[in-house]
Design a protein around this ligand. Structure first.
Ligand code: TXE
Length: 484
């Protein structure tokens, strides 16, 4: 089906209770290669009945063998899975490149990050523990960290491997049984991963995968009464629906909903050091990154210099098919291309300070030219909305107070960075910026397996990555024993 002829799993099936099964309704969705627009295969169009079977399998795993595994056993299994993923880096990267349109070296980095998540959570599994609490005379009180039970994972198409690593990895480490609904536009590495987990001996039902449409399989999962926790990464609109659906069953949700993340360049910044971060954080994965830095705030005294140098870099960016491994690949779908083209039209009367070069870009592919808009008003839609394409805006500011007001002046708050040599300013800004992460003199788009990650405002709530995720995937029980 794909250029990769040695697939070790059937991409048109669901994995339920350790078996590859056809979707109950017998319907399928076409899988397109975003670099060419060609249909390269088909995936299951899972429905409520498939989700129901997957949730049932997860419940049985939780109450069966998987539920009896020790933390040490779970950790060892995840560590071994991480090693297996590393040996499959090239195959996984090629699958992702064809499915998502991600240039090969970026897809390789995702596979390596997936392995790193598994290594991290494998090592952490037996280090998570409760506490003893001093209490009244005659009592011993302690807390237990216990899995929620069945966790639902709704994953988008932009970083399937990394998002599966951070959510499914942490959920399995803490003993949950998972039902994963990958995005309809990008399922292959999710299915591949689940089969690798089977190969290293993950008990049947501990990880089930049901591909399908968001409004069908996705909605069935978030509304299922047998699910005890939902982890969602995607758009604000869908995230809000997911939360409402989970609320009907009073189920906790973790929402990671993207952002409009700023990098703030003060006049004393080391501009040579900042420059690669300024551009790369905007164009990585063609800008389809939740933590993409789409706003560059620049002090007026260095504004012209920074914009000119960023524009020069934009002029060199090469855009083309994922397999050509250039700087920027296609967007995921014609729908996303339509959205980005709409944003580019919104800026038609603005100065486009730089544009990338299309190289060998097939007509059917979803390509846009990476674009830097200069002199953008902080209230313009281009400076307020999450664009999710290779588009950045440069905004000038007068002083620290104005920089802060602009940085905090959107509905989002996921990531920010401050470029300045002034230590006191670094500390002031890091405290005052409303954001889940703040970087000082660097920018960590997409990285940081160990670093708690998540948003404020419309960027969502709950934290993933690092040790913090393990708290999110567990519930705390307090035991108070009276012994006199
Ligand atoms: O997102 P959706 P889309 C943002 C980005 C992008 C926009 C639209 O701005 O332009 O969202 O992308 C599943 N119940 N992000 O339409 O709809 C769906 O099947 C349950 C930012 O792809 O949020 C997929 O698996 N699930 C983001 C997942 O939700 C539902 C990454 C994401 O799809 C559902 C992606 C429903 N009713 C997009 N409807 C980030 N934070 O990185 C859809 N889904």
């Amino acid at each position: 089906m794909t250029e990769n002829n040695d697939l070790w799993f059937d991409p048109s099936k669901c994995l339920i209770n350790g078996e590859w099964v056809a979707p109950v309704g017998g319907e399928y969705l076409a899988l397109e290669n975003p670099s060419t627009g060609e249909v390269i295969g088909q995936i299951a169009r899972g429905q409520a009945a498939d989700i129901d079977a997957a949730v049932g399998a997860a419940q049985a795993a939780r109450d069966g063998e998987w539920g009896r595994w020790s933390a040490l056993q779970r950790g060892r299994m995840l560590t071994e899975l991480g090693r297996l993923v590393l040996t499959k880096t090239e195959e996984l990267a090629r699958l992702e490149a064809q499915d998502v349109g991600k240039p090969l070296k970026q897809a390789r980095a995702d596979a390596i990050a997936l392995a790193r998540y598994l290594e991290f959570y494998g090592g952490a599994a037996d280090k998570l523990h409760g506490e003893t609490i001093p209490y009244l005379e005659g009592y011993t009180v302690y807390t237990l960290r216990e899995p929620h039970g069945v966790t639902g994972h709704i994953v988008p198409w932009n970083y399937p491997m990394q998002i599966i690593g951070r959510s499914v990895g942490a959920a399995l480490a803490t003993g949950n049984a998972c039902v994963l609904k990958p995005a309809e536009d990008a399922c292959l590495t999710a299915l591949a991963f689940a089969d690798l987990a089977r190969q290293v001996g993950l008990p049947a039902g501990a990880l089930n995968v049901v591909p399908g449409l968001g409004g069908e399989a996705g909605a069935a999962l978030t509304g299922h009464g047998g699910v005890n926790h939902i982890s969602f990464t995607g758009s604000v609109m869908t995230g809000s629906m997911v939360q409402a659906s989970a609320a009907k069953n009073v189920v906790p949700v973790t929402l990671e909903l993207g952002g409009k993340s700023p990098q703030i360049v003060f006049e004393d910044a080391d501009i040579d050091a900042a420059l690669p971060f300024l551009v790369n954080a905007g164009i990585q994965n063609a800008g389809q990154t939740c933590s993409a830095s789409s706003r560059i705030l620049i002090h007026k005294n260095v504004y012209d210099q920074v914009v000119e140098r960023m524009a020069a870099r934009y002029g060199e960016l090469r855009v083309g098919p994922a397999m050509d491994d250039l700087d920027v690949g296609p967007l995921i779908s014609a729908k996303q291309k339509g959205i980005i083209d709409g944003f580019l039209d919104l800026g038609s009367d603005l100065e486009a300070a730089g544009r990338g070069v299309l190289e060998n870009a097939p007509d059917g592919g979803n390509y846009v030219r990476p674009t830097l808009f200069a002199g953008v008003d902080a209230h313009h839609a281009l400076a307020q909305d999450e664009i999710f394409g290779p588009v950045q805006v440069a905004i000038a500011f007068e002083d620290e107070a104005e920089a802060l007001a602009i940085a905090n002046g959107t509905d989002y708050g996921l990531v920010a960075s401050v470029w300045t040599a002034n230590g006191a300013r670094q500390m002031r800004m890091a405290k005052a910026i409303r954001s889940g992460q703040v970087f000082i003199n660097n920018y960590g788009a997409g990285g940081g397996v160990e670093l708690p990650f998540g948003g404020v405002g419309k960027s969502g709530h709950g934290r993933e990555k690092g040790f913090e995720a393990l708290y999110g995937f567990t519930t705390l029980k307090t035991v108070a024993a009276y012994h006199g």
